[in-house]
Design a protein around this ligand. Structure first.
Ligand SMILES: C[S@@+](CC[C@H](N)C(=O)[O-])C[C@H]1O[C@@H](n2cnc3c(N)ncnc32)[C@H](O)[C@@H]1O
Length: 355
């Protein structure tokens, strides 16, 4: 019998709260007066209004967006999430531009949430077929919101609703107009960590097996170490209220996932760790040379020092020290990568499937 339970993140058919949270973080980041660290998603602030913020009222960003920008930026839970979104948005925007300039004809935004790229890049994408794929409750909500605030239907944008954990993505995409022979660019932003491993493998195998040569997929993901650490740390910036029903559950094996992706049919890749100082240099340097959220990190350091001086600091548990060592060895827990579909058969071929 078919399983009728709602997809993850959609209890009671509400839109995914994490999709609202990350769009709210982009909206916040888009207000920075310094263009060097501003989030380029200028539409997020229009898409996320009071009704959407009410759905995430158990996160400080819900009220943070109504506060003074500089004041709200002092909250580490806001500043750290907003900086992660700056990296993500910019890395993916750059990859999208490169893909279209090199001939991608189809853009597939998987788990689109409140992704605004179809509208933000409407000129760049005018000759591309754009497909947004998401769970039905989130997609229905997003479509209504787009209609209410932008009021325009783009002729080249198609919506496909499905549950990655249950439905066949290949058939659904084809029914939505996807052409396997055309070079494609897939965006899978902020989604892989919410899915069972089987669904992640299935999606990546589908992309690797049924996309034209030169196609690629850009994604962010955790490694299994990161998932373990997040499970143990209920206060982290990537920890969502349990009531949202959207826990991070999947992390790639190994440190950065390169072998895992090659095994699924992609070319070797050098993923970018969000811990890598290069990420800050590339995406988050202010015009005065400081990095975004540096003030928050410095504030936390000073507070820790003061606690140590006053003798009130709690000793770091063996578990925390061990986790810090493991993160340093792995090079990070949260990554960004653009995976190119391998043109030459490799070991991954034996793992490929037809969805
Ligand atoms: C954190 S949000 C990211 C949204 C968007 N990509 C972004 O970065 O702004 C996670 C998205 O994944 C989607 N998602 C999670 N599990 C899913 C599933 N099983 N099937 C379809 N979509 C799913 C949610 O509906 C939501 O839109």
């Amino acid at each position: 019998m078919a399983d009728k339970s709602p997809p993850p993140g959609s209890p009671n058919r509400l839109p995914s709260r994490t999709s609202i949270l990350v769009a709210a973080a982009r909206a916040f980041g888009s207000r920075d007066p310094d263009a060097g660290v501003r989030n380029p998603d200028f539409l997020a602030d229009t898409l996320i209004g009071p009704d959407e913020l009410a759905l995430i009222n158990d996160h400080p960003l819900s009220t943070g967006l109504a506060q003074d920008y500089a004041e709200a930026s002092q909250n580490p839970a806001i500043a750290i999430l907003v900086s992660l979104m700056i990296f993500r948005t910019r890395f993916i925007d750059e990859a999208l531009k490169r893909a279209v300039e090199s001939g991608a004809a189809q853009i597939v935004i998987l788990g689109a949430g409140f992704d605004s790229r179809a509208y933000r890049f409407r000129d760049l994408l005018q000759h591309c077929r754009v497909m947004e794929v998401d769970a039905e409750p989130t997609q229905d909500y997003k479509k209504r919101r787009i209609q209410a605030v932008l009021g325009e239907v783009l002729p080249n944008l198609t919506y496909v609703s499905l549950d990655f954990a249950k439905d066949g993505i290949r058939d659904a995409l084809k029914a939505g107009g996807f052409r396997e022979g055309e070079r494609s660019f897939y965006i899978w932003e902020g989604v892989s960590m919410y899915l069972p491993e089987k669904s992640v493998r299935k999606m990546l195998q589908m992309v690797a097996s049924h996309s034209a040569p030169g196609s690629s997929i850009v994604l962010d993901y955790a490694n299994s170490l990161g998932i373990e650490i997040i499970k143990q740390n209920s206060q982290g910036s990537m920890t969502m209220p349990a009531s949202w029903g959207e826990p991070w559950i999947f992390g790639v094996p190994g440190s950065n996932g390169d072998e895992f992706f090659q095994g699924l049919g992609f070319d070797p890749v050098v993923p970018l760790s969000m811990n890598n100082p290069e990420v800050f240099k590339r995406y988050a340097i202010r015009s005065d040379g400081t990095t975004y959220a540096a003030h928050v990190v410095e504030k936390m350091r000073i507070e820790a020092l003061a606690r140590a001086r006053a003798g009130t600091a709690l000793p770091l548990s063996a578990g925390v020290l061990e986790a810090q060592k493991a993160i340093a060895i792995a090079g990070g827990i949260y990554w960004l990568a653009e995976l190119t579909v391998s043109a030459s058969p490799n070991d991954g071929q034996s793992q490929r499937m037809t969805d």
